[in-house]
Design a protein around this ligand. Sequence first.
Ligand SMILES: Nc1nc2c(ncn2[C@@H]2O[C@H](COP(=O)(O)OP(=O)(O)OP(=O)(O)O)[C@@H](O)[C@H]2O)c(=O)[nH]1
Ligand SMILES: [Mg+2]
Length: 430
Amino acid sequence: MRVSGEQAGAIVRRLFRSRKALEPRVATYGDVVDERGEPIDRGLALLFPAPHSYTGESMAELHIHGSPAVAREVLRAMLACGARYAQAGEFTRRAFLNGKLDLAAAEAVADLIDAETRSAARAALANLSGGLAGAVRNIRARLSALLEELAAAVDFPDEVQEPSRGRLREGLESMRTELAALLRDAEVGRLVREGIGVAIVGPPNAGKSSLLNALLGEERALVSEIPGTTRDTIEEAITVDGVRVRLTDTAGLREAPGRLEAAGVERARSVLAGSRLALVVIDASQPLSAEARAVLAATRGRERVVFFNKADAGDAGFRARDDAERDAILGSTRRHDSLERVRRAIAAAAWGARTPDLERPHLASLREIDAVAAARASLAEASSTVEIGLPVDVIVPDLQRAFASLGHLTGDEAGEALIAGIFARFCIGK
Ligand SMILES: Nc1nc2c(ncn2[C@@H]2O[C@H](COP(=O)(O)OP(=O)(O)OP(=O)(O)O)[C@@H](O)[C@H]2O)c(=O)[nH]1
Ligand SMILES: [Mg+2]
């Protein structure tokens, strides 16, 4: 842990106890303590009085054990003694300002650090399969060409014409569309990883638990002809069309039941609210009850699959259904084809308009998704600048940001000429 500045020596002296007094540029062994004198670690302390230090200011270092907990504690103690966090590259910037290094040397330090980040970036790139990295690089190349054009127009206004608004608008639009497609694919990836939640809801005795069991292929939930059999929620997962579907069987929804059942109904409502899809089960063989109508009405506004059950016993309820339930499924939990139709309806709801092309490369990590989303946001900024008629070179910072965001994704970012300042490339403490 290193501190630079007038107070550096005082801070480290306060956080260090040793039998021998600290001397400039001599490593001394002792106890590292916090600002109240409580021991944290044992290690070495070093003082570098100004101007003979890396930054040219007074500097001091504590060499401690590498555990994050110890490092955090020492950092906290240093802050408590009046130090503050260094900015990225601040040590080297101070060194430069104090005449300790020239810019070229500063850059060499940055390169060294970059070598590390670049290999990290390359490792990340390995996770991106070829098609995706290619798409991102292609967008970056177009951004870079645009930036060059804009720069040339600014630097040589007499010789180079700035790109027309129409062409800029078109270029930005097409890049944004492609980034949006990448984000949509990422959504597919998320669907595959996380699956969707499906709440099985309906009036008591409709056959919700029977449906859960039938879809699962095992007798997981209790089934009986007594309404109000299921009191608690039961969650089980199945896979439909490559999507993990988390089914939750719930208590039948009805008003004024007993106390215990009321708690189950309450829970059923909250499961319904928290699920992506509602699987509404209604008894088709009976005229529609008030409860059945209430559940159907309550789920109309949302994504749902409506299943009229017990078709083997009649279809009075199904025939009495509203227009809003035109495409409801009529069937039975005891019939294979009914279950197949329910599965297909769940899959269709899960995928929506998205095509389940699992082979296509997609953004997997949040970091990647963030990078693409950030690039898209920067391009949207640029588009609106072009739209409202500001001078076109105003979009340069937006394009640079988009360029940098995408660079983080492909690992091309480090060492780019477009990096704004040399010192911004440093990590904290360098
Ligand atoms: N005829 C017929 N009966 C069915 C069918 N599916 C389920 N049942 C019967 O309907 C009754 C109620 O089934 P459950 O699955 O317990 O109903 P539920 O909706 O979970 O009921 P609660 O938990 O009380 O809300 C049972 O007697 C089942 O055997 C079907 O397709 N046809
Ligand atoms: Mg049940």
